[in-house]
Design a protein around this ligand. Structure first.
Ligand SMILES: [Zn+2]
Length: 875
């Protein structure tokens, strides 16, 4: 599954945003016993999405391995109207009961003799309506059904053995209204016409776990994908197929690149990609039927932006990678879900970069990893690999660390082993375990075998213990370098115990003539390294690449030398890494606030657009931590001075033949300068673009529409608000819809802002859209309290609109720098009615973040304020 809809939906992830809940979660009990195992399942569902409920029947082949007189299967909320057990054709006397909320127990009169049995079931159920399990929705006056089963929601749709280790063939048949079409995991074997309905029989699947089954029904449209090794279609709701062409073109080279990397063909018979109007994750890797949020997949060829295409490329590469890693080879249990996601994230970004290098995914990764590193530098962090006993804590098994830390650690060891060796290990792993289940150590074994190095022990120090190390590099008088390690924590926080990592350090340095890189495995607390070829390096950089998952520090003199010679000493991605590390040093108390702001400003003239994005992250940090309303003017001057030169170099509008990376950075620059920088030129430009777009949609550079609408809204009146609202409600193109919705949260007039926040819960918003306006509003000083206030006042209504466990993210609304707001949140969430499993852990993370922020403000605020004040009138 893929997270990160926040980036797409909420736009500015730089400032405080509510991350839209995005991942699978679960409720309920422990694991099923292994005495009676399923070997295949035939499933027939009567799905008329126009109706409230559906019916179905299942016939499950079983094998009893020992003599037992009871066994369990999963069924949650289903009304079972028949449950019979037979051996061949002979009925086995039995009864059944709903023994737990998610499981049914079958009792037999006499113990079963080992062997084959068949369990036949009939059932009825209501469709889900909040985009979970088997759900229905209405759009454009038509009705559809879709599915989203990860992690444990298949059991809410039909009876099954709903755990990833039960990989069996499914044969699915869907009975749908005549005017509807149906999609499953496999090609259609045959369609049998009826009077009012038709029966669509799908081919039997390869062995697969229940969580990657998929179904879709309704008046669907199909756009064929040409050029893959297997057939496939982009599938959309009625009237949207014109927006599918780009996805159909982008998919084949990505599939081909992954086939090349894995050294084996795409594992299934077809690959459909479906655009789903109501959907919680960004995308989901159902075998042969990958589902996406419609705004990710459907783009208007005339108005598509570089950032949309970059997201589409990335999402596809991630989900397609899962077809091998996750689907073909599946984790035995959810405690290795992190590996499933880390690997897909690592592979997806790698392949997206290979096929579409213009989007520079590597840099996006580094910035996201930097954010995960902050989470990992607080005591509330946890090891990414940890036992999952009940499904209750599954959400946490797939947190940001699972995606970005896991990906970064895999990348670090790939670099250490060498990419070819790493690939050899991955291929061997897939070949050995195809169609089966694995645990993480199966992969480490394959990698160790391929490399001849003890990968397992080194990796374990990053995966099985929490936190991130700090590598300090000191240049000794004799020209050697002393490397030392300790846990990196926010300033003043004491480590609870001694920790040691085995860190592959890539050290680059200059001997005056050229840049050299030396690889060292730092296994002890301290280690002295002799640099090859020099005793007096001009500078050293302890994270070349940057390939390491660690923070690093050098003397302040050395830091200055690196920054002064940044263009030559470091590659653009290394400069991005440098800027990310800089903000960590500030939090760790290893750098003062004024030094930080000054060093960041040194990068203002960097010609590389990616580096400017990293500069913006650091400037956003200054704002988030230090800028109060009375400092806004001085801060605005700092923003103009630091980011103005970049705007000058890149220009306000797109130039013929410019790099995609320039198009990608421009909207963020305009937002920053217009809003934070109060730059009149950027504001006027945004205003003119917005007017032009309203008057003549399609006439404005698509990359800039979102920024233009938002910035123009800041001074907008009621009439403009009504106009945006109307455009949002009538939008045919998903991106258009998202742009107007995001902009609705940027009206700063208090009356309109109030109206916008009410609209969030009363307007025709889809469930996954309700966080957009509050997070847009939170980006201004006046309204930074809005998300928490809105959430706490509307908790019940919000809970009725989104799947229950996603409520675990509600503490995030108290993020920021306000201890007062945090205090209120702690009282609010102490009420059991405001808790779901995991709320306490999310709240602990927020508490750490807010406390760090408040402490940092207190510690360094005066220095930063003094520095910012000198910027007024400086340029
Ligand atoms: Zn995934």
């Amino acid at each position: 599954m893929l997270a990160r809809p926040s980036r797409l939906v909420l736009g500015l992830a730089l400032l405080l945003t509510i991350s839209v809940p995005a991942r699978g979660f679960a409720s309920g009990s422990g694991r099923l016993l292994r005495d009676v195992l399923p070997t295949s399942e035939r499933l027939k569902l009567n799905l008329d999405a126009r109706k409230k409920s559906y019916s179905g029947s299942a016939s499950i082949q079983l094998r009893a391995t020992t003599a037992v007189d009871s066994f369990q299967f999963h069924s949650e909320g289903l009304k079972l109207t028949r449950v019979t057990l037979r051996r061949a054709k002979v009925l086995v006397p039995s009864s059944h009961e709903q023994s737990a909320p998610t499981t049914v127990t079958v009792h037999t009169k006499k113990p079963l003799t080992p062997g084959a049995y068949t369990l036949d079931l009939d059932f009825t159920n209501d469709f889900n309506t909040v985009a979970q399990g088997l759900y229905r929705l209405e759009t454009g006056g038509e009705s559809y059904s879709f599915t989203q089963f990860e992690a444990d929601d298949a059991r809410k749709a039909f009876p099954c053995w709903d755990e990833p280790s039960f990989k069996i063939p499914y044969q699915v048949t869907l009975v749908v209204p005549k005017a509807h079409r149906a999609v499953g995991n496999t090609p259609i074997a045959r369609t049998i016409p009826g009077k009012l309905t038709k029966t669509v029989v799908f081919r039997t699947t390869k062995p697969m776990p229940s969580y990657i089954l998929a179904m879709a029904t309704g008046p669907l449209e199909f756009v064929p994908i040409h050029g893959m090794s297997i057939p496939g279609n982009v599938v959309t709701v009625k009237g949207k197929s014109a927006l599918a062409a780009r996805a159909a073109v982008m998919a084949p080279p990505i599939v081909a690149a992954e086939e090349r990397y894995f050294g084996r063909p795409y594992p299934y018979e077809k690959l459909d990609i479906l655009a789903v109007p109501e959907f919680w994750p960004g995308a989901m890797e159902n075998a042969g039927a990958v589902t996406f949020r419609d705004e990710v997949l459907l783009v208007d060829p005339k108005t598509v932006s570089a950032s949309q295409l970059s997201t589409l490329s990335l999402y596809m590469a991630h989900e397609f990678a899962h077809q091998w890693f996750g689907d073909l080879v599946t984790m035995e249990w959810w405690d290795d879900l992190w590996l499933n996601e880390s690997f897909a994230e690592w592979m997806g970004d790698k392949i997206s970069d290979e096929v579409n290098p213009q989007y520079n995914q590597r840099v996006v990764d580094l910035r996201e990893t930097n954010r995960a590193m902050f989470t990992d530098s607080r005591l509330s962090t946890r090891a990414i690999r940890r036992p999952v006993t009940a499904l209750d804590n599954l959400l946490e098994a797939a947190d940001d660390l699972a995606y970005k830390k896991g990906q970064s650690v895999l990348g670090m060891f790939e670099e250490w082993m060498g990419p070819e060796t790493f690939q050899k290990g991955v291929r061997a792993y897939l070949n050995e375990h195809a169609w089966g289940n694995t645990v993480a150590s199966d992969l480490w074994d394959a990698l160790s075998k391929a490399s001849g190095k003890d990968t397992k022990a080194a990796m374990s120090t990053f995966l099985d213990q929490e936190g991130i190390p700090l590598v300090t590099a000191d240049l000794l008088p004799d020209g050697k370098v002393k490397l030392s390690q300790q846990r990196f924590l926010s300033y003043g926080v004491q480590p609870p115990r001694e920790q040691l990592w085995r860190i592959p350090v890539a050290l680059s340095y200059s001997d005056g003539a050229s840049v050299k890189t030396q690889h060292v495995l730092l296994t002890d607390r301290e280690m002295t390294v002799t640099l090859e070829g020099t005793r007096a390096p001009a500078w050293i950089n302890p994270n070349a690449g940057p390939s390491g998952y660690y923070r690093w520090s050098v003397s302040s003199d050395m830091m200055g030398r690196l920054a002064a010679d940044a263009g030559r000493a470091m590659s653009p991605v290394e400069r991005v890494g440098f800027l990310g590390n800089l903000s960590a040093l500030l939090e760790g108390g290893l750098l003062h606030g004024d030094e930080f702001t000054r060093l960041v400003a040194k990068f203002a003239d960097d010609s590389n657009p990616e580096v400017i994005l990293a500069v913006m992250d650091d400037v956003a940090k200054v704002r988030q931590v230090f800028v109060t309303r009375d400092l806004a003017g001085a801060y605005a001057a700092y923003v103009r001075k630091t980011l103005g030169p970049a705007m000058g170099r890149f220009g306000l509008s797109r130039r013929e033949g410019e790099r995609e990376s320039v198009s990608l950075v421009r909207p963020a620059l305009i937002r920053f300068l217009a809003d934070d920088g109060q730059d009149s030129r950027a504001l006027a430009y945004a205003d003119s673009l917005a007017k032009q777009h309203l008057a003549s949609p399609g006439s404005v550079d698509a990359s800039l529409i979102g920024a233009a609408l938002e910035m123009s809204a800041m001074k907008g009146d009621e009439a403009l608000f009504q106009e945006y609202k109307k455009r949002f409600e009538e939008a045919e193109i998903p991106a258009e819809r998202a742009s107007y919705l995001g902009a609705l949260g940027f009206f700063r007039d208090p009356k309109i802002a109030d109206e916008a926040i009410r609209y969030t819960l009363t307007g025709p918003l889809r469930p996954q859209e309700i966080f957009t306006i509050p997070s847009s509003q939170a980006q201004s000083f006046e309204y930074e309290d809005v998300p928490y206030k809105w959430m706490s006042e509307n908790f019940g209504t919000i809970a009725s609109k989104i799947p229950p466990m996603f409520m675990v993210f509600m503490p995030v609304t108290a993020s920021g720098c306000s201890m007062e707001r945090l205090g209120k949140a702690k009282v609010f969430f102490a009420d059991p009615q405001h808790q779901v499993p995991g709320t306490d852990k999310e709240l602990a993370k927020v508490e750490d973040q807010v406390t760090d922020c408040a402490n940092l403000r207190q510690r360094e605020g005066a220095l930063v304020a003094a520095y910012l004040t000198t910027q007024v009138g400086a340029r």
